[in-house]
Design a binder for this molecule. Structure first.
Ligand code: F6R
Length: 608
């Protein structure tokens, strides 16, 4: 979603803030702005559009000063205009503020503040905050921010500077991530580690309720009762290479092509060949607790939800535990019927998705143990879960999630194996699966060699208006994921469907103009899928099949085939999804779409 950067130190703030914004642009990007403390007052420049435009403007109108705040916005309240872009100022231009999150009582606050004489110049919920600070009692900026926050309902990650306290920056967090970057005689604030990585790897993650006070010489964190809170300094495991294009035209392609390594990284040190199991110490689950699980509920959104659908097959098959897979946004408002014998698994690349986080919290309140399957270390879901599995897939910058999906599937299969071995899964079965897991990085690399073939298909189908993706079993999840990838980056309408369910309605769409992608690896349901394929073929459907190398049963049923190496069916999604990721990518490129920044989307959805 929106991105925040802040700086205090000896250097000129603007270039540092701009560079941070550029790195955050993948999260949300319809407008951007900067405010800098210049010793006399505050200089502010903001505009609708991309950070490049802001850079251009700042070259023409430089903002000197050594402390400042900046923001990229993904509009929620108010159109993406220059007026609504952050930073926002109080009535006298003495306080500037950037904010991520949503002020839920903004309407009531705005009315009360307007009655008290405040002039509102934007349509945003955020502007109420800066007027609240303007009126708040207190001798210091942090005291005024703290007092203002007493009136606020909703979520915030924010950074504030004041013309009256040069060189000071105050940040606060509730429900929207904020971290501090700890440099040598300089400090940073950011909503995402990628904004500070070029300057420091030492970070402090703020907790909900924290207020941080930064000056060039020191920083400290207080709680809402103004008591100083000790906060650990963590070292970021990511490096700059991970957040740069490294010669690729787009982050999405870089991340697709990096999957042999990211899948390997998810498994590193975790495969137990002799025991036929997986070492997952972070689960914090005793063998007794693992044996006592009666039910698992997976909560996730989007691509992570698709990975959860694969995870269900793995856990039910290997660990014999019934699993429900819930869209977190729906689940959070339903009764939570699980108790202490249930485990809730929240799957999230970012670890910050608001719906997933809230669904996990609700399950926890209902007495369930909660586990996180998360990529971003130190993220909210990772910190609030009772245990979990980090993906170790490195930063995912492309808005369309790719490498996170394959790592999530691998992590969930390892989890299923780990649970299964404690619940009676034979060691030989476990060992065979561990061998299959170990082979995966090589098979992923082989699958990537399909790219020229996929690119040729993209040329052929780039002008299609609709697509249908079909699959059964674990491949149903892949069909859903293939359709999601295509629609989000190419804006072609695409539907994913269970292949057999298709004849209960969508088969009416089939004609020679509708490209249909069957995900049909040779697995337990392959023969059934062949029947569904024949049904579509009989109606003149234009079929591309993603199938297993050496499959000669498809014959003339399909126009095109994309063959992936053989593996066990539970792991097949890691391979079959790759041609679909590449297809979406190349179609989007062929249509001239902005692959890494698709319209209306943001990387991490931190609002409901
Ligand atoms: C699709 C995509 C989204 C995310 C979803 C959940 O390509 O990126 O559907 O998968 O917003 O995000 P995380 O995994 O960060 O919770």
């Amino acid at each position: 979603m929106c991105g925040i950067v802040g700086y205090v130190g000896p250097r000129q703030a603007t270039p540092i803030l701009l560079e941070g914004l550029q790195r955050l642009e993948y999260r949300g990007y319809d407008s951007a702005g900067v405010a800098v403390q210049n010793g006399h007052g505050l200089g502010v420049v903001k505009l609708a559009g991309r950070v490049a435009g802001l850079r251009h403007r700042l070259e023409a109108e430089p903002l000197p000063g050594t402390s400042g705040i900046a923001h990229t916005r993904w509009a929620t309240h108010g159109a993406p205009t220059e007026r609504n872009a952050h930073p926002h100022l109080d009535c006298h231009g003495r306080v500037a503020l950037v904010h991520n999150g949503i002020i839920e009582n903004a309407g009531a606050l705005r009315a009360a503040l307007a009655r008290a004489g405040h002039q509102f110049v934007t349509d945003t919920d955020t502007e109420t905050l800066v007027h609240l600070i303007e009126d708040a009692p207190g001798a210091t900026l942090e005291a005024r921010v703290n007092a203002a926050l007493d009136h606020v309902e909703g979520t915030y990650g924010l950074a504030v500077i004041s013309a009256d306290e040069p060189g000071k920056l105050v940040a606060a967090r509730r429900g929207s991530p904020v971290l501090l970057g700890i440099g040598e005689d300089e400090f940073f604030v950011a909503s995402d580690a990628s904004a500070v990585l070029a300057h420091t790897r030492s970070v402090v993650y703020l907790t909900d309720g924290d207020i941080a006070v930064l000056t060039p010489s020191a920083y400290h964190v207080i709680d809402r009762a103004s008591h100083v809170q000790p906060r650990a300094v963590d070292e970021l495991a990511w490096d700059l290479e991970g957040i740069e294009l490294g010669g690729y035209p787009h982050f999405m392609l870089k991340e697709i092509c990096g999957q042999p390594e990211t899948v390997r990284s998810t498994m590193r040190g975790r495969l137990l060949f002799d025991e036929g199991s997986a070492r997952l110490n972070g689960l914090n689950l005793t063998p007794g607790a693992a044996a006592a699980i009666k039910r698992i509920v997976i909560v996730a959104c989007g691509t992570s939800w698709h990975a959860g659908l694969v995870g269900r097959h793995a856990i039910e098959q290997l660990a014999q535990i019934p699993v429900e897979v819930e869209q977190a946004s729906e689940y959070r408002y339903r009764p939570k019927l699980q108790g202490p014998d249930a485990v809730t698994i929240a799957i999230s690349q970012s670890g910050e998705t608001a719906d997933t986080l809230e669904a996990m919290r609700a399950a926890k309140r209902a007495g369930s143990r909660v586990l996180g399957v998360v990529n971003v270390v130190g993220s909210s879901i990772a910190r609030e879960a009772d245990g979990g599995i980090y993906l170790h897939a490195g930063p995912e910058i492309g808005v369309a999630s790719t490498k996170a999906f394959t790592s999530q599937v691998v992590a969930l299969v390892m989890l299923a194996l780990h649970l299964g071995r404690q619940r009676g899964l034979p060691v030989e079965t476990g060992r065979a699966l561990v061998c299959r897991l170990a082979q995966l990085p090589g098979l992923v690399a082989r699958t990537l060699a399909l790219e020229p073939q996929v690119k040729a298909l993209a040329q052929r189908y780039g002008s299609a208006g609709n697509f249908l993706y079909l699959g059964r079993g674990v491949s149903h999840a892949v069909a859903l994921e293939g359709a999601l990838k295509l629609k989000e980056i190419s804006y072609i309408h695409a539907e994913g469907y269970a292949a057999a369910e298709m004849k209960h309605g969508p088969i009416a769409l089939v004609d020679e103009h509708l490209p249909i992608v069957f995900v049909a690896p040779k697995d337990e349901v392959y023969q059934k899928v062949l029947s569904n394929l024949a049904e579509v073929h009989a109606r003149g459907g234009d079929i591309t099949a993603v199938t297993t190398e050496g499959d000669d049963e498809l014959g003339a049923l399909v126009q095109h085939r994309l063959s992936v190496p053989a593996t066990t069916s539970l792991l097949s999604p890691v391979l079959t999804v790759i041609p679909l990721q590449l297809l979406a990518y190349h179609i989007a490129v062929a249509r001239g779409c902005d692959v890494d920044r698709p319209r209306n989307l943001a990387k991490s959805v931190t609002v409901e």
